[in-house]
Design a protein around this ligand. Sequence first.
Ligand code: BGC
Length: 835
Amino acid sequence: MDIEDILSKLTLDEKIDLLSGVDFWHTKAILRLGIPSLRMSDGPNGVRGSRLFNGVPAACTPCGTGLAATWDEELIQEIGQLMGKEAIAKGASLLLGPTVNIQRSPLGGRGFESFSEDPVLAGKMAAAAVRGIQSTGVVSVIKHFVGNDQEEQRQSADSIIPPRALREVYLLPYQIAEKEAKPRGYMTAYNKVNGTHVSENSGILQNVLRDEWGFDGVVISDWYGTYSVAESINAGLDIEMPGPSRWRAGLAKLSVNSRKVTHHTLNQRVRNILKTIDHVAPLKLSENSTEGTVNTPEIAQKLLRVASSGIVLLKNERNILPLDNGKTTAIIGPNAKFAAYSGGGSATLRPYYVVTPFEGVKAHIDSLEYALGATAYKKLPMLTSITNAPNGSPGMEMRIYAEPHSVKDRTPVERFNIDNSSCFLSDYKHPDISSNLFYVEVEGTITPETDAEYLFSLTVNGTARLYVDGEEVVDNETTQRPGDSFFGSGTAEEVGRKHLAGGRKYTVLVQFGTAPTSKIAKGGATQMGVGGLQIGGCIKTDPASLLEEAVAVAKRVDQVILSVGLNSEWESEGWDRAHMDLPPGSDALVEAIAAVNPNVVVVSQSGTPVTMPWADKVPAIVQAWYGGNETGNAIADVLFGSANPSGKLPLSWPIRLEDNPAFINTKPDGGKVLYGEGIYVGYKWYERTKRDTLFAFGHGLSYTQFKLENLVIADSQERDNQSDSSDVEILVDVTNTGLRDGSEVVQVYVAHQTATVQRPPKELKAFAKVHLPKGEMKSVKITLDKKYACSFWDESANAWVMEQGTYHVLVGNSSQNISLQRQFEVAQTKWWTGL
Ligand code: BGC
């Protein structure tokens, strides 16, 4: 593409057309000049394709924290490559990920999507993912740049971040990714940083990203995260997403004609978009590319490997793990027969398949007992899991109508079956549906095995009613209560009940109208698309008898796997968690089972920490994150020893919520989120305040043992008398002294206690994952970039400074288990900017 030539031929209207999306996922093609459209797709733990609702199935990787828990850059690069290939299969040339925000608090709704509380681990993981994605020719759009570290009021919240913390904690992961992998796209965060929305913040987009770091790719707004015309264009926001444009289509021309935006600036934005289009042209994808799948056994193997590599063995007293499959065993708990494969929100996708922990464990053992013990749903489970569509296949039938339910003999514009009754319709498209106002019917049948009381529910962004055999059971129309559904734009759940007789077939019909039919639909910034509908339903259970049955099962077996945790209903985009606890009933279940069986292994799934008041009452705890398609197999492989756990915590695990550094400043207060803990995020805070954690940053056990010894530091200055800006080479011998092959993570922290400002007790600066057969030793070489290892952000100079002095290198296999220590010198203080 001759970009300058095309630029000279584009009319003003055409240039403006390029500056925003045409629909939820595409930019506009200008066929006259051979400019194709770009398709974008989420990210970050797979590639969903261009349909949020009823999409084409895709591979699902572990969530961000689960990926970072591998501490394995090579593996994450491979996963990035897998995602790049999936993006191509889905016709998308821009992949919206990875997510590189920071878990200041355990409660952040999207904490699960982000890698780590530590900027170096997050930055290295981001760089690895970007390298992998971009090796396929797909553009990685790293997000959400920057300071979107909680969900509440995310479009209006002003993140007040002290300059040092902004640089050393929040921008640093992006800076590392920029230095090591050069992502070609950035997505701006919804929020303000220090007073100005990022999407119109020239200090961040122009001064830092483009001028200091030399970024020359494309900057895209988060969805509905553009809040101005001239300001955002001038600050460096290239594309407003999604389309149709709310801002630019109507007003960008006026901005240019009134010289609020100069032609030079407009051309700059268009040039960045054309460069991106040109870059992805070899992929030969278009707006109309069909969406396919790449569901192969090799991919399944890779997903299994990454899921098991990130599982963290938190505790293993009496070496109770790995389990002996010759013993009588039960699996109990709400997550046993539920595959918690992903957190909620835009990270969700329709997986190729999922494996539950029950299914995974069953493959290792002949006789396995099961009990639910407690439920863990927040809203009722999907009704589709107990219904059949009118044609007999599992699920329900959905019919879309342009006319309201009162119109007799109307014909649906489309009918199809769904296997998941959570339907976020914001990107639904049909040629006969021309506005946001349309109507939907969903129908299925239930044939209960025995008499039982059933619960049914409706949660909507719109209005809906549910009928069983013609009788109205739920009304979410006449009175509606605001709730947090559909990224915060929908209602609370309304529940109804009905006694159903065993053996009889009942028809369930739901009639739904999209968002404009609702009197309480929220307009403005939070409104996402046209609306959504979630239909729940299940047999009503009695918590006391569930617990009783589980205790009875636990009493009669040798060992119990207790499968608890959160799921996409408890951790999701759109809102933050209200507390750090497991769902109601789970703690009581663990206590009750631990009281009757001494051999209990708790497997907990969540993207961020949960309180574990029972931690000292059970001999073993495994943290298994949301593990993607293979989540159940990965858990089972670790439990039975086919995989030796090697994950390490990418975040600190507080004992109590109140202990975390952001506790008093988690939420916006008067519109502002004060990052009052400054640079003391995560372990830096716990170490500085001498506060215990339940499990420390970097912690994770193995079924074998490793010895780290013979730490040698070869400072290039000593070696060949070069300048301070060179590398420090670290050599350490790692021996697998145990009886199994395994992997260890060598963690390198640096401490500088004589600085002219306060610095954390120690900071992670490098790491390496080493795979070692039993009995073998490897000399591991890790290179520290001295500039990055030593510098802090000097607010008075507006630059990084590497101060002269003695730096301690602390090497261990967790932030709390440092076994080796040496030091090196920086001879002369130096300031620097850039990468
Ligand atoms: C999320 C982004 C996502 C976009 C498109 C937004 O709600 O914040 O991460 O890429 O939607 O789904």
